[in-house]
Each structure stands twice: as structure tokens, then as C-alpha cells.
Design a protein around this ligand. Structure first.
Ligand SMILES: Nc1ncnc2c1ncn2[C@@H]1O[C@H](COP(=O)(O)OP(=O)(O)OP(=O)(O)O)[C@@H](O)[C@H]1O
Ligand SMILES: [Mg+2]
Length: 426
């Protein structure tokens, strides 16, 4: 009995030792630290609890785990969300040089073009595959749609002609009381009934209907005066000063963990600075979009979330949700059952309901599909109030903002213009 247990224990020890050695043995903790450093995590941050890390830092930890365990197949669900430019470039190289197979879900067309060899599109329950990168896929799809649209119209004209012919024969059959013409009409009708009818291609999907109604408030919307914030030893912001005026669209950029989300929470008043003053104008009301949807209650029903936030009847809440592409079935689900993109749309709806004139948006285009991001772009452009928007989405920033706040190494520097201008001017 004992001998058997000893043999088992020895065998188990052997497997564990083999695994230990294959992972790098005593060198493993050092290797982990190196990988984390390579991914851009700062000295002293590897010992922090996960829930205090920034959105991008959490993503990096997930990638580090994959890097170290090297599975045969990698399944990545929007891995690029929250990553800064350096992180995205790292991810690109990582996928390109990965020896195994990689399946990646992403809305980022730059990333898809850089790394994929095949595209699978999932639409209304049907998966279609294509060999090539994203740009060729879109081109091919547009051409296919255009061809299908043309064939559809050719067939519609043909059907119209046939219907005219049937009517004519039917009329002649009646006027001349002719069996021959009646038979003819029937035969053609029969042919029409058995024709393979083409479906009209859906050239444009329905888009969410988002309108932001701001109103004029104070001239000075937000002011930071010599603001500082640390967590333990880590100084995140030091002596930061800037002012936002009414109607400005300001983008906030900077590497993962630089302090962008902290800056927004200070502006909102949910975080208190260690020193300095954060002042918001007297008639300013804030609408907040949280990076990780922290403002949504996962246990609440979607319908109740909207009904309570807008103080409205059930039917108006359903109608409003419909404009944000939620069907009736989704309204009765809990928030935690929603996809990333659906949660984003729900949060945007709540921001609209808050009727704020100052929007604080923390990476609002993460998880949004391309069409919805475009809707948000135009809504923000037409918005009457002021907006402070954190984003790593270069295209989005270029469309929307007219000034940038760059957060880096504790300081915040203001640059006029969009993202591309900042890149070229340094
Ligand atoms: N409650 C907290 N306790 C301890 N450290 C925190 C806390 N909140 C933030 N930090 C730290 O402050 C730093 C800045 O975090 P922040 O979330 O502002 O980064 P970020 O610029 O938004 O990054 P990302 O682009 O990844 O979202 C990070 O090092 C983070 O780990
Ligand atoms: Mg953040």
C-alpha cells in the first residue's frame, strides 16, 4: 500500500520537475519579470494587485501569460483594445512571429491588415471565409455586393416584363375567349413562380442613432491648478495645470499606465488630488464614460438601467434602446450578458440621457464596430458642449479633436491640433 503511494508520489514529482525545467527552472521568475518589462510594465508595478492596474496594463498581463505558456492555438478576443501605440506594435510583431495558429477578433483595420492571412466574417449567424487581409476582403465584398445588386435589378426588370406579358395574354384570352391565350398566360405565370428570385443585397446596415444635446454653460469648463496625485510610492501626476474652455474637443493620449484615467477621475471628482485644485465651472454637468464600464451594474436588467437613468416609462425605454440597436429580447437581459460592443452602446446611451454639457470619455471606441465609431465621431462633432476624450484610436482622434493633452512621466502638455499633426511635429 505504502509502496504504491511512494511510486505515485515519485512519478508526480518527476512530471512536475520536467514541467518546471521546461518552463525555465529557477530562471522562471526572472524570465517573467523580463517579459513584463519588455511589454512596458514599469519597475515596481509587477507586485501590484491586478485590480489597481490601468486598462492597458491588465491587457499586457494577459499577453504575458500567453507569451510564457506558448499554446498551439491562440484565441484573442479584441487584444488590441486599451493598448497604446507601443503595445499595439508589440502585439503585431508577437502575432506575426507566433509559430502556432492565431485566431483574432478585432475591429482595428490597421492591425488586421498587418497580421492576418484569412478573414472570417460572422453576420446574422452565417460565417463566410476569405483568403487575404482586411482591405482586400472589404474590396472583394463591395464588388460582390455591387454585382449582386446589379443582378438583382436586372432580374427585377425581367420580372416586370413577364408580368406585363401575363396581363396581356390574360386580357386577350378574355376578349377573344381563347383557350390558347389563357394557357399561355398560365404557362408564363408558372415560369415566374418557379424562377430563382435573387434577394436584394443589404448595402447599408442599420446604424445606431446617437445625438448628443449639449447646452452652453460656463465659459471656463475645467481648470487644474498645480495638481498632484500618487499611489504609494508611485507618483502618477505632478504639478499639472491646464484649462478647458466651452466648446473645445480635447483628446488625452499617453502610454499605458501614464495616468490618463486618473486624470479623468480627478476631473469628475471621484478621486481627490493629493495637492492642488480641480475646479469645474458653475453651470457644468458631467457625463462620464468609464473605460471598463465600471458605471454599469452587471446584475441590472438592460431595460431597468435605461428606465431608471432616464426616469421614463418602459415603452419609451424600449423605443430608445431600439435606436441603439437593442432588440426587445436584449432589453430583458442582464447587463453582464451583453457583448463588449453592446455595453459600449448602452454606456453611450446613458451619457446621452445624462444631458451633460461636459463629456468625459475614457476610450469610448474600444469594442465599438467601425460603423458605430463613425456615428460617435459625427455626434461629437455636432455636440454643443465640451468634451475631454481619452483614446488610442488615431483615426478617431483625427476626426474629432482640435487639441491634445499628452500625459507622460507625470506631466501633462497641451498641443494644438489632432493626432497626426502631433506625430509629425513631435
Ligand atoms: N486605485 C489605485 N491604486 C493604486 N494604483 C493605481 C490606482 N489607480 C491607478 N493606479 C496606477 O496609476 C497609474 C495610472 O493609471 P491610469 O489608469 O490612469 O493609466 P492610463 O493612462 O489610463 O492607462 P491605460 O492606457 O492603460 O488605460 C498606473 O500605474 C496604475 O497602476
Ligand atoms: Mg486608462
Amino acid at each position: 500500500e505504502n509502496e504504491k503511494r511512494l511510486a505515485q508520489a515519485l512519478e508526480r514529482q518527476h512530471t512536475l520537475l520536467t514541467e518546471y525545467r521546461s518552463l525555465g527552472g529557477d530562471q522562471y521568475p526572472q524570465k517573467v519579470r523580463e517579459v513584463l518589462r519588455g511589454l512596458g510594465l514599469k519597475e515596481g508595478e509587477e507586485d501590484k494587485p491586478i485590480n489597481t492596474l490601468s486598462g492597458g496594463q491588465k491587457k499586457l498581463i494577459g499577453l504575458a501569460q500567453l507569451l510564457l505558456s506558448k499554446p498551439d492555438v491562440l484565441l484573442l478576443d479584441e487584444p488590441d483594445n486599451h493598448l497604446d501605440l507601443a503595445g499595439k506594435q508589440y502585439l503585431e510583431r508577437f502575432i506575426q512571429s507566433y509559430p502556432g495558429a492565431v485566431v483574432i477578433v478585432s475591429h482595428d483595420r490597421y492591425l488586421l491588415d498587418a497580421v492576418v492571412t484569412h478573414i472570417a466574417e460572422l453576420d446574422a449567424g452565417i460565417l463566410t471565409t476569405f483568403s487575404g487581409d482586411y482591405s482586400s476582403f472589404i474590396l472583394d465584398k463591395q464588388q460582390r455586393m455591387a454585382r449582386q445588386d446589379e443582378l438583382y435589378h436586372v432580374q427585377q426588370r425581367q420580372i416586370a416584363r413577364i408580368e406585363v406579358a401575363i396581363k396581356r395574354y390574360a386580357l386577350w384570352a378574355k376578349t377573344y375567349d381563347s383557350e390558347k391565350f389563357a394557357k399561355r398566360a398560365k404557362a408564363i405565370q408558372n415560369r415566374l413562380d418557379h424562377m430563382d428570385k435573387l434577394e436584394r443585397p443589404l448595402l447599408e446596415r442599420r446604424r445606431m442613432d446617437l445625438k448628443l444635446h449639449g447646452w452652453r454653460g460656463s465659459q471656463k469648463v475645467l481648470e487644474f491648478r498645480h495638481v498632484g496625485k500618487s499611489f504609494g510610492q508611485r507618483k502618477v501626476l505632478e504639478n499639472v495645470s491646464f484649462t478647458l474652455h466651452h466648446g473645445e474637443r480635447v483628446g488625452v493620449i499617453g502610454p499605458n499606465g501614464a495616468g490618463k484615467s486618473v486624470l479623468l477621475r480627478l476631473a469628475l471628482g471621484t478621486l481627490i488630488p493629493d495637492y492642488g485644485d480641480v475646479i469645474t465651472g458653475p453651470s457644468v454637468t458631467c457625463g462620464y464614460y468609464a473605460q471598463e464600464h465600471e458605471t454599469l451594474d452587471p446584475e441590472q436588467m438592460v431595460l431597468d438601467t435605461v428606465r431608471l437613468a432616464g426616469n421614463m416609462s418602459e415603452s419609451s425605454a424600449v423605443a430608445l434602446l431600439g435606436r441603439y440597436l437593442f432588440d426587445y429580447r436584449m432589453c430583458s437581459q442582464k447587463v453582464k450578458a451583453l457583448s463588449g460592443g453592446e455595453r459600449s452602446r448602452l454606456q453611450l446611451l446613458l451619457v446621452v440621457l445624462s444631458k451633460a454639457n461636459f463629456l468625459l470619455l475614457d476610450e469610448p471606441t474600444n469594442n465599438l464596430d467601425i460603423a458605430s465609431a463613425e456615428v460617435l465621431e459625427s455626434a461629437l462633432t455636432e455636440f454643443e458642449g465640451t468634451a475631454l476624450i481619452i483614446s488610442h484610436d488615431r483615426y478617431f482622434l483625427d476626426q474629432v479633436v482640435d487639441r491634445l493633452l499628452v500625459v507622460q512621466d507625470g506631466s501633462v502638455v497641451s498641443h494644438p491640433g489632432g493626432y497626426s499633426e502631433w506625430l509629425t511635429n513631435g
